[in-house]
Design a protein around this ligand. Structure first.
Ligand SMILES: NC(=O)CC[C@H](N)C(=O)O
Length: 218
C-alpha cells in the first residue's frame, strides 16, 4: 500500500500522519506539496489537519482551490482512497469531494480534548477492522467542527450508510452528531477527530489503529 500526505501552507499534523502511516504500514508515505499538479501513483491520499491559509475566508476554502486538488479529485474518481482528517475534512467539503460544510463550533470556542465516537459502518476501506457500533476514543482539536448539511443530503448520508462515525457526547453541535462521512463511492472519508494520534501505547491508546490497519489491508 503506497500512500501520500498532502501538505498546504498552515498544515500542522502532517508529521503525525506520516508517523502513523509508517508505523502501521511499514512504508514511508510520499509528502506532496500543495502547488504540485500531479501525485505519485499511490493507493491512499491523506490530507492532514492544520490551519491551511490560517483558516481565512472559511477553514479549508483556499486550500480547496489549489492545483493539487484537481489531481486528488481525479484519483478519487478512479477509486483511490482519500482520507481527510480535521482540516483535511474541511478541505474535502470545500472542494466538493464530500457534501456539507464545517461551521464554527456551537459554543464558538476552540475544542481540544478527547471524545468518544461510535463506529456507524464497517462497510468501507477505512472502518472494516472495527466492530460495528463499537465506541472508541479519539482526540479532537478544532474551532470549526460543526458539520452541517441540508435535509436532503442528510437523508442520503443516512439512507446510503455513509455516516462513518458519530460523537457519543457531541462537542461541537454537529448535525445528527456526525463526526465523519463517506463519499458516494465510499472511497473518500472525512472526519474531524484525529485517529493518527492514538496508534501506539505511548499515545495513551490504540483506538485509531484499526482505521490504518483497515486501509493498509485493503
Ligand atoms: N486540527 C485541525 O486540523 C484544526 C482544523 C481547523 N483549522 C479548525 O480549527 O477548525
Amino acid at each position: 500500500m503506497k500512500s501520500a500526505v498532502v501538505v498546504f501552507p498552515g498544515s500542522n499534523r502532517e508529521r503525525d500522519m506520516v508517523a502513523a502511516l509508517e508505523k502501521v504500514g511499514g512504508h514511508r508515505p510520499a509528502v506532496v506539496w500543495h502547488g504540485d499538479h500531479d501525485l505519485p501513483k499511490v493507493d491512499l491520499i491523506v490530507i492532514p489537519g492544520g490551519f491551511s491559509y490560517g483558516d481565512y475566508l472559511r477553514s479549508g476554502a483556499i486550500a480547496a482551490r489549489e492545483p493539487i486538488m484537481d489531481a486528488i479529485r481525479r484519483e478519487a474518481e478512479r477509486g483511490v482512497a482519500v482520507l481527510g482528517v480535521c482540516n483535511g475534512f474541511q478541505i474535502l467539503c470545500e472542494a466538493g469531494l464530500l457534501p456539507g460544510v464545517l461551521m464554527r463550533n456551537a459554543g464558538l470556542k476552540f475544542i481540544c480534548k478527547e471524545v468518544k465516537l461510535r463506529v456507524e459502518t464497517t462497510d468501507s476501506a477505512f472502518t472494516a477492522r472495527y466492530d460495528k457500533g463499537a465506541v472508541i476514543r479519539s482526540p479532537v482539536a478544532h474551532g470549526d467542527g460543526n458539520y452541517r448539511a441540508d435535509d436532503e443530503t442528510l437523508a442520503r448520508l443516512k439512507g446510503e450508510d455513509r455516516i462513518a462515525f458519530r460523537y457519543v457526547g457531541n462537542p461541537n453541535g454537529s448535525i445528527d452528531d456526525i463526526a465523519g462521512i463517506l463519499s458516494e463511492k465510499r472511497n473518500v472519508l472525512g472526519m474531524m477527530p484525529h485517529p493518527e494520534n492514538l496508534i501506539e501505547p505511548l499515545n495513551g491508546g490504540l483506538d485509531g489503529r484499526p482505521l490504518f490497519e483497515s486501509l493498509l489491508a485493503a
